[in-house]
Design a protein around this ligand. Structure first.
Ligand code: GSH
Length: 263
């Protein structure tokens, strides 16, 4: 890849790690990584809102064939673009595009659970265990919203909405508000995770190769990052009764790109 591209990401982020894994997998050079610190709500800064109005990471900034500056603002498009401009081996081709698109869309639409499972808790014990991690993260964001609200009053209603949600969640972790909605949300998201894990198990059992659709593809890049977050939030529970998913995760973990991405 000759042109310089800019990837806006945050190392601990689930979706931000998908293109980082692809970059490691294909050894893509000329990528400038710009850290958007979600723990300080930097994804809500007035500058970043211009880049990505959905205030999410990842985003990718590059120049297209006509010389026009383009920004992709979700990991699916970011990865397709990076795969295209970085050349062979192509992980998304005419041959595998349909099955990858269907599977990845299902993951993003129906199993977008990793962040919720991380920030909520399944029961009071988990709430207590995670409090020391979650509360400082939320407090950093609260500070960010308050600062940006003064700097950019045109976004005040956005900041106020997130400020209220953040304060409420901090209160739930600190025993000052009812935490039951957090437990319910956690249970609902785990149910979605189970459905997607079961579906993945059955696809893997039919696969003609070591990976989700045979050869390693863009679907594996998304799935690896998804499983990495699942392992963090639910450990071995993900793999119980799912030997194909377990063996698959061991295989993708053994690829050098995994260590490069998550250490
Ligand atoms: N569908 C989007 C989801 C992106 C997303 O939700 N990213 C999370 C980080 S993993 C984010 O930026 N959340 C905003 C926040 O934490 O305020 C994608 O695939 O890029």
């Amino acid at each position: 890849m000759t042109q310089q591209v800019k990837l806006y990401t945050f190392p601990p982020s689930l979706y931000g790690s998908i293109p980082r894994l692809l970059i490691a997998e294909k050894n893509i050079k000329n990528v400038e990584n710009v850290t958007i610190d979600l723990s300080k709500a930097e994804n809500f800064s007035p500058e970043y809102l211009k880049i990505n109005p959905k205030h999410t990471v990842p985003s990718l900034e590059f120049t297209d064939e006509t010389g026009k500056k383009v920004i992709e603002d979700n990991s699916i498009q970011v990865c397709k673009e990076l795969d295209k401009i970085s050349g062979t081996p192509q992980l998304y081709t005419d041959k595998n595009a349909n099955e990858i698109d269907t599977y990845v869309k299902d993951m993003h639409d129906n199993a977008d659970v990793g962040n919720t499972l991380f920030f909520t808790s399944r029961d009071p014990a988990e709430l207590t265990r995670k409090k020391g991690l979650i509360v400082p993260f939320i407090q950093g964001r609260i500070q960010g919203f308050e600062t940006y609200s003064k700097q950019a009053p045109e976004h005040k209603s956005l900041y106020d909405a997130f400020l209220n949600m953040s304060k409420h969640m901090a209160a739930q972790y600190q025993g000052e508000a009812d935490a039951k909605p957090l437990f319910d949300m956690n249970a609902q998201n785990w149910t979605k995770a189970v459905a997607f894990l079961d579906k993945t198990e059955s696809i893997l059992l039919k696969s003609q190769g070591d990976y989700i659709f045979g050869d390693y593809s863009l679907a594996d890049v998304h799935l690896t990052a998804w499983l990495y977050r699942q392992e963090l939030v639910r450990g071995e529970e993900n793999f119980q009764g799912r030997p194909a998913v377990k063996a698959y995760y061991e295989r993708v973990k053994a690829r050098p790109s995994f260590k490069e991405t998550w250490g």
